[in-house]
Write a protein that binds this ligand. Structure first.
Ligand code: UD1
Length: 419
């Protein structure tokens, strides 16, 4: 398994380009199942999770072509003849479950091995299934599988007890060709959901309100192919912002949408970081005295859970006491014991991490425990004195395009060691 080697303590400088959002591209690829026509996704990030979902589609006979140079994924699902995708691929990644909605919509059923993914909590799928039930789907769970079928899908009102991102997306995709109107109340409002709504509408769907708490889906008879460019990855942008802060650097980040980054920008400003947005770019300057802050993760437009590990790395370098409270996933502090090996002062108390900034972090051998924890350990390594080795980097490869190449271009002393 590859590892990343960092000789820390160098300031970053220059510019970095952000890729398209992993969390947009995965549902978009799932949504291509909804039409028998060809769909093209441009500017697709070449990530392990993207390869997994494409392989999943191939396992049911979709024809998927990936042009890595053009960053283009072309998917033709006209020959699909199986509704039971490869179980090993499903278990590799929780986002595999995003094919449930499209499969029930186009083929009237599926059989799926129960999912896997990041080890950050229990992550049930009850809300997805509750939505399907409301549309007339019968679901059975047993022997490690979830099976569903529906003779006919009929639109209805679905109230989500919690604004789950995946459940909102799955219900949107299930409802898109249902008879009549479906309303999702207390829907997740993440920008990736608005992107999915735009993608589906470009296929001929009739969806309004995606990206707000109330989504209206008026069923259409069928969907056609499309060519689409997804939104930028706000979490990747946030991760590079965190890297700049931990190294007290000034860098330019290209490929952002200010509105999507507001929850992150507002928090960083509170810590004393200077940020100037100019169109689809921003300049971040952290070469100044910073303040400890408190963060609570919340559904969008709150502070994203996908940025909390990276913020723990940052706040370990900021004098004073910061508290991070995680309200979305119950098991997202696994990085703390690894960060402590580098001299960080972090105590976990239930759902909170209490972080006492230290004057100096020191390089160590640490292990990525999940995707964002891996990114956070890289950030910590950039700011630490001496050499850091981040093991199990495959977690990071799930969600970051060439992270070490992008950081190297910014002046970091970083390399991947192939193993
Ligand atoms: C998506 C993102 C992930 C991000 C998360 C929260 C993708 C591919 N992944 O994950 O990066 O961290 O949103 O912003 O887009 N829950 C239930 N029942 C359900 C579904 C969810 O209780 O049926 C709970 C989960 O256990 C969790 C919370 O709701 O505690 C949020 O999960 P959800 O919003 O569904 O996250 P994902 O879609 O899995």
């Amino acid at each position: 398994m590859d590892k990343i080697l960092i000789r820390g303590g160098k300031r970053l400088r220059g510019e970095v380009n952000i890729s398209s959002a992993k969390n947009s591209v995965l549902p978009l690829i799932a949504a291509t199942l909804l039409s028998g026509d060809k769909c093209i996704i441009d500017n697709a990030p070449m990530l392990d999770d993207v390869f997994v979902i494409n392989d999943l589609l191939r396992s049911i006979n979709a024809d998927v072509k990936i042009d890595e140079k053009l960053q283009r994924v072309t998917i033709d699902t006209s020959n699909i003849n199986r509704c039971e995708p490869n179980g090993e691929l499903v278990r590799k990644m929780r986002a595999s479950f995003l094919i449930m909605g499209p499969m029930i919509s186009r083929f009237g059923g599926f059989k799926l091995s129960l999912p896997g993914g990041c080890n950050i909590g229990t992550r049930p799928i009850d809300l997805h299934l509750k939505g399907f039930n409301a549309l007339g789907v019968k679901v059975n769970i047993g022997h490690g599988y979830v099976e569903a079928y529906a003779d006919r899908l009929k639109g209805d009102k679905v109230y989500l007890d919690f604004p789950s991102v995946g459940a909102t997306e799955n219900i949107m995709m299930a409802a898109v060709m249902a008879e009549g109107e479906t309303i999702i109340e207390n829907a997740a409002e993440e920008p990736e959901i608005e992107d999915l709504g735009n993608f589906l509408n470009s296929m001929g769907a009739n969806i309004t309100g995606a990206g707000s708490g109330n989504i209206h889906i008026y069923g259409v008879r069928n969907l056609k192919g499309t060519t689409y460019k997804p939104i930028y990855d706000r979490i990747e942008a946030g991760t590079f912002m965190a890297a700049a802060i931990a190294t007290r650097s000034k860098i330019k980040i290209n490929g952002i949408k200010e509105e999507h980054l507001k929850p992150i920008i507002a928090k960083l400003a509170e810590a004393g970081v200077y940020i100037k947005v100019d169109g689809e770019s921003l300049i971040i300057d952290a070469d100044r005295k910073l303040k400890a802050i408190d963060i609570k993760t919340m559904p969008y437009p709150g502070f994203p859970t996908d940025m909390q590990s990276q913020m723990a790395a940052v706040l370990s370098t900021v004098e004073g006491t910061s508290i991070i409270t995680e309200t979305i996933f119950e098991n997202r502090f696994m990085y703390a014991s690894e960060m402590k090996r580098m001299g960080a002062n972090i105590k976990i108390d239930g759902r909170s991490a209490i972080i006492e900034g230290v004057p100096k972090l020191t390089g160590a051998e640490v292990r990525a425990t999940d995707l964002r924890a891996g990114a956070a350990l890289i950030i910590e390594g950039l700011s630490a004195e001496g050499e850091t080795q981040v093991l199990d980097i495959y977690h990071v490869d799930r969600g970051y395009v060439s992270i070490e190449e992008k950081l190297k271009k910014l002046g970091a002393d970083i390399e991947r060691v192939k193993q």
